[in-house]
Design a protein around this ligand. Structure first.
Ligand code: ADP
Length: 428
């Protein structure tokens, strides 16, 4: 059978009681030894004084030894050579263990005095008995007190556990109780609460994203259905059906693009898109992107200027970065009216970093929206973006692509004066 690990409370109590027992036992042993030593020392001192008194009486007047014994109750014997001068009544106690004795040896005589040591032993026994009953009581009290104290100290942990157990994805706004923010449990609770806040924010973002994504997906689906329903209600010519199918396919295209972008962003955020960095020449990359989109600009009779200065190498994943730059240039073409001017350049910044600038002469982005345009599904002008076939994810993907390449995107724009997106990348 496996014994369950004891609770923290039990462990604290046991350690505390064990330490206390050890200390109390050591202390008691010390006291006992000290008391014993000093009792025997004073007994020995008394015997020595007895010896001195007897010696004095013996030297002054031999006959008085009997009277001394009667008067004081001292036990002693005085021997001169091999003659016993005096021996108190019942003296053969000399060898008895209940008596403690001392000898005074002189060339002419020898005095042996003894005193009953039973009172000392009794005192020591009493002391030992007191200790033997008091120590277990003290240890018992320590265990009970320690257990109660540990319970009190650990109570916040129980409260935290109770609250934490009730927290689910739907109640991430709940927080653990913080009894005392300065102590260890308080700090633990605070750290846990911070984690909860982050989780709450992440969940909220996810919820919003899901809601936005559903909304975005529903729009083309609704359009496909209504186009189909209208077409079914009347008979159309072949060209009419062609038109209907054409507009349905347009919506399907938009759906496909949206789903593709959603997948890309989701995988990017989960870190599941492998980013393999290599040395990339930005001039080649910019030339490639602008060649790919040139026809779109030509369709809108826009002028596309490509500026490539000296060699400009960075360390990044070319495929990922190309995706980001394509989105920026695509937006520039999309939002700039016909006959507008679009410029894409590979240059370097004042601080020596590599930069790609995508500039247009379009409507620009109001200052208030400049931070938010990088958010998913955020659009400055809903209708215009939708008409142009945008999914609202282009800049979010661009930002991810640039950051995954170790760079950052800066945006400069004034409403009505065109937009300038600058991608800054550390040079290889
Ligand atoms: P969309 O699919 O709508 O283009 P994006 O994430 O690419 O989504 O862009 C977000 C919004 O930022 C756009 O809807 C648009 O309002 C604004 N925007 C992006 N690029 C430009 C630009 N070059 N000129 C003006 N507005 C822009």
């Amino acid at each position: 059978m496996r014994i369950a690990a004891p609770t923290v409370r039990a462990r604290l109590t046991l350690w505390h009681a064990a330490a206390l027992t050890l200390v109390v036992c050591l202390f008691a042993a010390g006291v006992f030894v000290f008391v014993r030593t000093s009792l025997y020392r004073s007994l020995d001192q008394q015997i020595r004084e007895d010896l001195a008194t007897i010696e004095k009486v013996y030297r002054e007047e031999t006959g008085d030894l009997g009277e001394l014994a009667l008067r004081t109750g001292m036990q002693f014997e005085v021997i001169e050579g091999s003659t016993v001068i005096h021996r108190t009544a019942g003296w053969p106690i000399a060898g008895a263990t209940q008596f403690r004795q001392a000898t005074l040896d002189d060339s002419t005589h020898r005095i042996v005095a003894a005193r009953d040591e039973r009172p000392v032993r009794r005192t020591l026994w009493t002391l030992a008995a007191i200790m033997a009953t008091a120590i277990p009581c003290a240890v018992g009290l320590a265990i009970v007190g320690g257990y109660l104290l540990a319970g009190r100290v650990l109570a916040p942990v129980g409260a935290m556990a109770d609250t934490a157990r009730r927290i689910t994805a739907e109640s991430l706004d709940a927080r653990l109780p913080v009894a005392n923010a300065a102590d260890e449990f308080g700090r633990l609770a605070s750290v846990f609460n911070e984690t909860l806040s982050r989780l709450d924010a992440a969940f909220e973002q996810l919820r919003r994203f899901t809601a936005d994504a559903s909304h975005e997906l529903r729009t083309p689906l609704t359009a496909i259905r209504s186009v189909g329903e209208v077409a079914l209600q009347r008979s159309l010519s072949t060209d009419g059906y062609r038109d209907v199918i054409g507009s349905m396919l347009e919506e399907v295209d938009r759906l496909a693009r949206l789903v593709e972008n959603l997948l890309l962003l989701t995988r990017a955020e989960a870190g599941r898109i492998p980013v393999t960095r290599a040395t990339v020449d930005l001039r080649e990359l910019v030339a490639g992107v602008s060649d790919g989109l040139r026809v779109l600009a030509e369709e809108k009779t826009q002028e596309l200027i490509v500026e490539l200065s000296g060699p400009l190498t960075v360390h990044c994943d070319a495929t990922v970065l190309r995706q980001g730059i394509t989105n920026l240039l695509h937006n520039a073409i999309k939002f700039t009216p016909p006959k507008g001017l679009i410029r894409i350049a590979a240059t370097s910044t004042a601080s020596g970093d590599a930069a790609i600038e995508v500039q247009d002469s379009g409507p620009g982005i109001p200052a208030a929206d400049q931070q938010r345009v990088f958010e998913r599904f955020y659009r400055v002008d809903q209708a215009r973006s939708r008409d142009s076939g945008g999914t609202g994810l282009g800049l979010a993907i661009a930002r991810w692509a640039v950051e995954a390449s170790g760079g950052r995107i800066e945006l400069e724009s004034l409403k009505g004066q065109g937009a300038l997106f600058r991608v800054v990348l550390p040079r290889a």
